[in-house]
Design a binder for this molecule. Structure first.
Ligand code: TEU
Ligand code: CA
Length: 555
């Protein structure tokens, strides 16, 4: 493989539970993914990232791993994985596994041992502390509501869980734990996987004193993030992992890093430091929330988004590498979020894709994004399956919140927006399953589905195909620098890329209004891609219609 091959790759993320069910049990599975490899090849992607497929009791849909080297029963067998790897390879597609090593399931053998006694051989694989009187060791809250500590009766102390109490945090201070993780990574590389997406990897190094964190306005627990995000030994661990595992090949590694700054990102992804290929950051996903929690809804102010991208594009340029994404399995659907999922769904989905795919970084497409899937509204909280959503609902209701307000925040931000089954066609259950799906299908599958997209040359799918091809053809996308235009404009996101003698100018209208842009240097023949059939252009003025996107190239 060519060195740094992942710089020109486009990654497609599959949430296996919701992708394609081959046997009618309502749960997507590995044979179901294999059936759709031709579809993915047609789209043109190079890499498949699978959310976790390992044995798990599914408290957090596989992000709670019981055994790293066996496959979740519902998803299939090790033979299915091997077949998937080889069938993908035949189509030029590399497979990337989700590496979840900040925590395991509480049903992992390591934890089952560790909780038994203080002198158990696995005891130091996890993080244990005595309480403060009858209180937990510190005031930290968990990402999934409640305290980050759980009492363990046999040893009369608490264990740390930044996520659910069924996801105890691993203790990276333990040499034997780190060695066990590296061995497991070799196990998967030996099977032929091309890399790892590393779940919350910048949370693995905790400040040893575990001090109380600040309690922000309106929050019930303390914020421990200053003591576990990008912690004291994080880069030692990454360099050791590189030395012990990643140096064996040109492996794609992407570290999920909530709360990382551009400086942190450079430390993780500077090729000379031998840590990761790239990171996956969140600042641009937090701009439509209040400061302390994502459920606190705020309207997006476009200049904030533009300046955020400018910061990441310029501060990491030449220093490291970033991923580019609008969606994943934790985020609401982008066309509903920053676009318009009613009157301008197709236009705005293409515009958003254009805006992102012409920046520097490795683009990620989340299943269904390529057909413009939207958020969903379920009337009853019972129809939501995500533990984050359910715990938040219970906690807020117990503290006097109004049902309608909480539901509204779920409609806008809930993770199940991303997890409704993939919409393949207009038959029952969107062609996802012949049974009853584990999470309800979005009722709009009759019009929004793959079959419909493949039949139309102007579909969102066809547009993504073009964007993926352009990334292969235009080196300026990988190499060029970034200049933001019109930084304070509240409707237009415009920027340039510069490289050698070449220049790209990108105009994206994020609004439903029509706007005139002065274009003295551009020519109609310079258009690289656009999302309306024709341009509206008179006397050096380009008229951008609702959610229009146009890109010009000069050289
Ligand atoms: O997510 C980490 C993370 O930052 C999220 O918990 C985030 O705070 C939340 O989803 C925002 O709504 C990763 C996985 O992507 C997520 O699916 C897992 O639940 C989590 O880690 C625990 O493994
Ligand atoms: Ca199935």
């Amino acid at each position: 493989m060519e060195s740094n091959w992942w710089k020109k790759s486009v990654v497609y993320q599959i949430y296996p539970r919701s992708f394609n069910d081959s046997n009618g049990d309502g749960i997507g599975d590995l044979p179901g993914i294999i059936e759709k490899l031709d579809y993915l090849q047609k789209l043109g992607i190079d890499v498949l990232w699978l959310s976790p497929i390992f044995d798990s009791p599914n408290d957090d849909n596989g992000y709670d791993i019981r055994n790293y080297e066996t496959i979740m029963d519902e998803f299939g067998t090790m033979e299915d994985v091997e077949l998937l790897i080889s069938e993908a390879k035949k189509r030029g597609i590399h497979l990337v596994m989700d590496l979840v090593v900040n925590h395991t399931s509480d049903e992992h053998e390591w934890f089952a041992e560790a909780k038994k006694s203080k002198d158990n051989a696995y005891r130091d694989y996890y993080i244990w502390r005595e309480g403060e009187g009858s209180n937990p060791p510190n005031n930290w809250g968990s990402f999934f509501s409640g305290s980050a500590w759980e009492w363990n009766e046999p040893t009369q102390d608490y264990y740390l869980h930044l996520f659910s109490k069924k996801q105890p945090d691993l203790n990276w201070e333990s040499d034997s734990l780190r060695k066990a993780v590296y061995e497991m990574m070799h196990f998967w590389l030996n099977k032929g996987v091309a890399g790892f997406r590393m779940d919350v990897i910048n949370l693995i190094s905790k400040h040893p004193a575990l001090p109380n964190g600040p309690v922000h306005p309106g929050q019930l627990f303390g914020d421990g993030s200053p003591y576990y995000m990008n912690g004291p030994k994080i880069h030692d661990y990454m360099q050791e992992m590189h030395q012990e595992v990643l140096s064996r090949g040109d492996i794609l590694t992407v570290g999920e890093c909530p709360g990382a700054t551009t400086e942190d990102a450079a430390l993780f992804s500077d090729p000379n430091r031998n840590e990761l290929s790239m990171i996956f950051t969140f600042e641009h996903m937090s701009l439509d929330s209040g400061p302390y929690e994502k459920w606190d809804l705020r309207a997006l102010h476009l200049p904030k988004l533009k300046k955020n991208f400018r910061k990441w594009q310029t501060e990491l340029h030449g220093k490291g590498w970033n991923s580019l994404y609008w969606n994943n399995h934790d985020q609401p659907r982008i066309v509903s979020r920053f676009g318009n999922d009613t009157d301008y769904r197709v236009e705005s989905a293409k515009m958003l894709a254009t805006c992102l795919h012409f920046m520097q970084g490795t683009p990620y497409i989340y299943q269904g994004e390529e057909i413009g899937m939207t958020n969903v509204v379920f009337e009853s909280i019972e129809d939501y399956q995500d533990l984050e959503t359910r715990r938040m609902y219970d906690e807020k209701m117990a503290n006097g919140a109004v049902h309608e307000d909480v539901m509204q925040s779920i409609y806008v931000k809930g993770r199940d927006n991303a997890r409704t089954p993939m919409q393949w066609d207009d038959t029952a259950e969107a062609g996802f399953t012949t049974g009853t799906p584990w999470l309800k299908v979005n009722p709009n599958y009759k019009t929004i589905n793959v079959q419909e997209a493949l039949a139309s040359p102007n579909s969102i799918f066809a547009y993504y195909q073009s964007l993926i091809q352009l990334r292969k053809e235009l080196d300026i996308l990988t190499e060029g620098s970034f200049v933001l235009l019109l930084p304070d404009d509240e409707e237009i996101f415009a920027y340039q890329r510069h490289w050698q003698e070449e220049m790209l100018t990108v105009y994206c209208n994020f609004s439903a209004s029509t706007r005139d842009i002065s274009c003295v240097h551009e020519n109609e023949s310079d258009v690289v891609i656009k999302n309306y059939e024709t341009l509206e252009w008179h006397d050096n003025t380009l008229t951008l219609r609702p959610f229009e996107a146009v890109i010009f190239k000069f050289n």
